[in-house]
Write a protein that binds this ligand. Structure first.
Ligand code: FES
Ligand code: FES
Length: 154
């Protein structure tokens, strides 16, 4: 066991863990941040997507020992803390989720996309979210919600 310093949603944490424990386990089991979901565990579904320095990453495949001490990790709990993020507002307005299981990962990928490309095309959206699978097939509503978030960025 080693002690790791990580910053999640702007709060510093010290966690004691084996070096190969994935970030997803740290978030859910050590820190109690259950919004990030476990789907496949092999970086194939995107349910566990969080941001590492504003880039979407698969937390099921990111070992705690591979995270730089000064890295900024953001989870679904960390966006829209003061007010809902435009993506979250659009998700609610268009009632995007069905079972909801994939949705925090979808939202994290969408937020990362809009930070880099404020007016994405359908093709941009499909490319950026290609690794986020939805068994309920909400892809059409996801696209519409991302466009709606662009129209109402506040
Ligand atoms: S649980 Fe990480 S990509 Fe599926
Ligand atoms: S909403 Fe059910 S898996 Fe996407």
């Amino acid at each position: 066991m080693k002690t790791y310093s990580i910053t999640v949603n702007r709060k510093p944490y010290e966690v004691e863990a084996e070096p190969d424990v994935p970030l997803l386990w740290i978030l859910r089991d050590y820190l109690g941040l259950k919004g990030t979901k476990f789907g496949c565990g092999i970086a194939s579904c995107g349910a566990c997507t969080v941001h590492l320095n504003n880039n979407p990453v698969r937390s099921c495949q990111l070992r705690i020992s591979a995270i730089p001490a000064n890295a900024k990790i953001t989870t679904i709990e960390g966006i829209g803390e003061d007010a809902l993020h435009p993506v979250q507002k659009a998700w609610i307005e268009l009632q995007v989720p069905q079972c909801g299981y994939c949705q925090s990962g979808q939202i994290m990928s969408a937020v990362a996309l809009l930070a880099k490309k404020p007016m994405p095309s359908d093709q941009d959206i499909d490319a950026a979210l290609a690794g986020n699978l939805c068994r309920c097939g909400t892809y059409d509503r996801i696209r519409k919600a991302i466009h709606l978030a662009c129209e109402n960025p506040k």
